[in-house]
Design a protein around this ligand. Structure first.
Ligand SMILES: [Zn+2]
Length: 289
């Protein structure tokens, strides 16, 4: 039987290991402004260059210091509504309604969408960035011992819901942070793959958003995206609806040539699109040179 002192030493060692794993996860985050690695202090991540402190709320680092309800961006102004949506987001009250309304009545189900998106990153191991992750709808379902997922979203309500699902479902290797797509809290070339599901059409400037995603990806890393295209399904098949949505709701509906131009301008290549109704799924790779 081991001496109690050994037990204590073992316990300390275990505890140190556990603490190190938490610290190493937070140690990956960089300042969204100057992109230098942040130092972890009591309840905050601090940038010594910008003298800025980013709070950690309920284990979730928050890199958005401005009040989004006063944003010029109509999508970001709706944040309180999006926060409240978190609980029903993955239920039949929301996801299938949006897919069928926008994408057309033969739109893939959420389960099919998850399978389409996951297949594209299946053979990739390492770090996966999940852009506008919501409650980890896609990211937590592709996380594995060999895939560590970092989800970012602008809605704290969605991120909290994601953290609750991850805890309930006992999923390892998923981390959440609140950040804007235009200012990702990561160093250059960190990710082996990226996902962006159901949100590319909502970003104020598509090229700025894609360029920032490319910055944090490794050369040739794969990007798997689901968004809306000017296809033949749902209300988005009507040009007037697309124009109205763009003007009033900040919703961009892409056509394929436009999407390819945006990707090339942002540092991606090997565009592989698929349209189903008005749902556009595609993969692209970060340019190698
Ligand atoms: Zn900084």
């Amino acid at each position: 039987m081991p001496h109690p002192q050994h037990l204590l030493t073992n316990y300390r060692r275990l505890k140190t290991t556990a603490d190190t794993s938490v610290a190493s996860e937070l140690g990956i985050y960089a300042c969204p402004v100057c992109k230098r690695l942040l130092r972890q202090e009591e309840g905050v991540l601090r940038c010594s260059i910008c003298s800025q402190a980013y709070p950690i709320r309920e284990g979730i680092p928050d890199f958005i210091l401005e009040e989004l309800s006063r944003s010029a961006d109509p999508v970001l102004r709706r944040m309180r509504f999006i926060d409240r949506m978190a609980r029903i987001y993955e239920t039949r009250l929301w996801y299938p309604v949006v897919l069928n309304l926008y994408g057309g009545f033969h739109s893939p189900s959420l389960a099919q969408m998850i399978s389409i998106v996951s297949q594209k990153v299946q053979s990739t191991n390492g770090r996966v960035l999940d852009i506008a992750c919501g409650p980890g709808t896609y990211g937590r379902r592709i996380a594995s011992p060999s895939k560590e997922v970092f989800g970012i979203d602008v809605s704290m309500g969605m991120l909290r819901q994601g953290a609750a699902y991850v805890a309930e479902e006992g999923i390892p290797n998923v981390h959440f942070a609140r950040a804007r797509v235009e200012a990702l809290p990561f160093e250059d070339g960190l990710f082996d793959a990226a996902l962006c599901c159901g949100s590319l059409h909502l970003f104020a400037d598509t090229v700025i958003a894609l360029r920032e995603m490319a910055r944090v990806m490794k050369p040739a890393a794969i990007h798997s995206v689901f968004t809306f295209g000017a296809g033949r399904g749902g209300v988005l098949k009507f040009r007037r609806v697309r124009e109205w949505s763009r003007r009033n709701a900040g919703l961009h509906v892409f056509d394929l040539a436009e999407m390819e131009q945006y990707l090339t301008a942002s540092g991606f290549e090997d565009f592989q699109p698929e349209m189903s109704g008005s749902i556009l799924t595609f993969s692209a790779r970060k340019q190698t040179a």
